[in-house]
Write a protein that binds this ligand. Sequence first.
Ligand code: ADP
Ligand code: MG
Length: 366
Amino acid sequence: MRNGVLAVTRDGTVVEVNAEAHRIFQLKRTAKVVGRPFTEVLAKHPDIIRVLHSAFELSHLPNRAELRLRSTGKVIGYTLSHVKNDRGKSEGVVIFFKDLTKVEQLEERERLRDRLVALGEMAAAIAHEVKNPLAGIEVMAGVLKRQVAGSPDAQSILTDIINEAKMANQIVHEALEFVRPIRLQVEYTAIADVINDSVSLAESKMPRRDINLQLHVDAGLPPIQGDHHQLCQLFTNLLINAFEALEGKGAVEITAREGVTEEEGHVPGEPSAPVRTVVIDIADDGPGVPGDLRDRIFNAFFTTKDTGTRDMGGGLGLGLAISAGIVRDFGGTLTGANGPDGGAVFTVEIPAAEAGEAECPMPHLT
Ligand SMILES: Nc1ncnc2c1ncn2[C@@H]1O[C@H](COP(=O)(O)OP(=O)(O)O)[C@@H](O)[C@H]1O
Ligand SMILES: [Mg+2]
């Protein structure tokens, strides 16, 4: 049962409690709960004690209320119900509840997405307006450059103007990518396809030259719930970073395998339900990320690359920020570390899609 159930008699003794209730209230699985006063069992959750106390006093109980447990920060939705005897007299109270923390987080993400959509639309409008005059500057400087073919000084200034206009255009382009309205097309996605497409994309954006690329994708990986296009963008960003770090010489290794993580919010010290994941490492044998920068590389606009040399791969510092956002959208994590031999390793871990994942609705009681 996906819902927590806890039943208490009139005198306050717990008579029934299920596994989900154990999990949500973080009660040790081995702890004796049935037969003890609920005030003792739930001592860590005064909010619930208050709800149960009031249930005995009210004749009309709330149906579908919500509450945030101050103890754990979890949000639960609950329904209270009297248990009546043959004569219609209340003998106790049952509380049915459901962990809504995930739902809350989804709503929060939804709100954030709305804001990003608005921001993205504004950025797109500005970008559109700025791009035209920039193109104009570039073209006209080119025309002028041909007209002053005899003056090396003027030639060099005009070349600078053209390069600056190109750079401004690139900044607009990348900034737009960062705030672009996220329209996820979530579907069952095979990670092997994503990796193959990302390799082609990265190579088309940046010549690999003498970099040796190796792929180790385990056969039979479970699919993930993701958006193919966005996942490609993520791996392309990581690959381009690796290519840039190697400056045309070295090795990049991509490994994809199945993994497991602990379920969120399980009771500490208790075995937790493992969650199947797909883990992808992108490792290079370049200089790695200096230790003092490791916290900052995921920040938007953080870069160690010279933005004046964009044509040679200088960056805006948005690659990892965008990538981390994409991974988060699919419930995964992106981490960076240095490998044993010094190069950088970026690891993406995304939960595998569960077959027939179905939510059990709250029981509707009166
Ligand atoms: N594979 C890598 N090896 C070494 N440093 C890296 C690697 N990937 C990223 N970095 C560091 O992280 C910074 C931020 O990366 P990113 O967000 O993609 O921005 P950009 O590539 O535009 O600089 C880079 O400037 C670089 O210092
Ligand atoms: Mg980058």
